[in-house]
Design a binder for this molecule. Structure first.
Ligand code: PLP
Length: 382
């Protein structure tokens, strides 16, 4: 029989938490890209920003966009709802667009290339901008996971004709998706929600990283919430766009200036490097080196039975995420083996800026305990 105290453990999730002291802080004078751009517009979600920017760029019916098979799904849904036809390409071993699969897709209907900066790792925006310019295509940069990432001192998103960012993935705000575009959409017109409840959840998550009792309570109610969601959600509800005219919540607009900090990327990098030092044998090789300028969203781990690994981690207070397990329903999954492999095998661990070295050690210990009893890496990525 497990000792009660062994389940009263702090909980660490990949989402940035919100320290209560933030309310007392002054707003930062520092405005990183894209927030410092006149053409920047902020919506509640990045998917709404994508839809609105496509409309502003007059991309729609009769136009095709080339999209990686390794994607979240909500960005694809936004493109489809904007009227675009989506053609998929495979990514190469370095997670870059694979030119061999891109070139045969080109025809006169293709108007844009969609480039995703995975987990905050920068793609070569300059190269792909030139590639697009040479073919008279628009470059759409998806930096949903890469706010604050730079490459050669240039922020990701600066090369695209359009670029999108999820602000709430980097900071513990309730929502916020930013877009910059050569033709910016008009700002969202609906009335902003308060965002109070989601703010409270972020505060609770912060407490749960320090107080095992709160983490324990979370572990009791979470399965019930997940069950309720599973029984009430429609399939693919996670890709729903909602109303594209939705602005960020009041709390997001109020808290973001207080949270912006020039040290965020450095702290995330420090936490990533720590995990790399201790868990390098379990990292997919594409993520085994942290490039300069990257602001990592999470730490990837390659395991054979990701679901089982995650549930073992959960029992130790680490809430990893098998992100992107479900692709957009329009993807012919079997045609893209590399993307499939990544979806099924790569899970994400927390590295956000609120975590301390002690927290990171806890994460390492939990992973090692789980991997001692389960197989981890087997096949190389195909
Ligand atoms: C790569 C990518 N693009 C776009 C989105 C859409 O972001 P949002 O959920 O803010 O609409 C996500 C969401 O996770 C994503 O991972």
């Amino acid at each position: 029989m497990k000792k009660f105290s062994s389940v009263i453990v702090p909980r660490f999730a990949i989402w940035p938490t919100l320290p209560p002291s933030i309310h007392l802080k002054e707003g930062s004078a520092w405005l990183p890209f894209p927030l410092n751009q006149e053409s920047c517009r902020i919506f509640s979600r990045a998917r709404q920003a994508i839809w609105s920017a496509c409309k502003a760029l007059e991309l729609g019916s009769g136009d095709t966009v080339l999209v990686p098979a390794y994607h979240h799904g909500s960005e694809v849904e936004a493109l489809v709802l904007a009227g675009l036809t989506v053609k998929y390409y495979e990514i190469n071993d370095a997670l870059e667009p694979d030119e061999v699969t891109l070139l045969p897709l080109l025809d006169e209907t293709v108007k844009a290339l969609y480039l995703i900066h995975y987990l905050g790792f920068p793609q070569d925006g300059a190269f792909w901008r030139k590639w697009c310019d040479d073919r008279n295509l628009l470059l759409i940069e998806d930096a949903a996971q890469a706010f604050l990432t730079t490459k050669d001192d240039t922020p990701v998103g600066a090369f695209g004709h359009m670029a999108v960012f999820c602000l709430y993935k980097t900071y513990g705000i309730p929502d916020g998706g930013a877009v910059v575009s050569i033709k910016p959409p008009q700002p969202p017109q609906l009335r902003a929600e308060s965002g109070y409840w989601r703010m409270v959840k972020r505060h609770l998550n912060w407490i749960a990283t320090r107080r095992g009792e709160v983490g324990f309570f979370h572990s009791l109610v979470k399965p019930a919430i997940s069950w309720w969601k599973r029984t009430n959600d429609r399939p693919h509800a996670e890709f729903d766009m909602g109303n594209p005219d939705t602005p960020p919540s009041v709390m997001s607009s109020k808290l973001l200036p207080k949270l912006l900090c020039q040290d965020t990327a450095r702290k995330r990098r420090r936490n990533y490097e720590f995990l790399l030092e201790h868990l390098s044998d379990m990292v997919p090789r594409q993520f085994a080196y942290l490039p300069e300028g990257a602001c990592p969203f999470a730490f990837p781990l390659e395991v054979q039975d990701a679901q089982q690994f995650l549930s073992r981690l959960r029992r130790r207070g680490i809430l990893g995420l098998l992100f992107w397990i479900n692709p957009h329903p329009s993807l012919p999954v079997e045609d893209f083996p590399r993307s499939r492999f990544l979806r099924e095998r790569v899970l994400a661990l927390p590295v956000h800026q609120e975590l301390t070295e002690r927290d990171m050690l806890r994460i390492v210990r939990a992973v090692r305990e789980c991997s001692a009893s389960l197989p981890t890496q087997f096949a190389a990525v195909v």
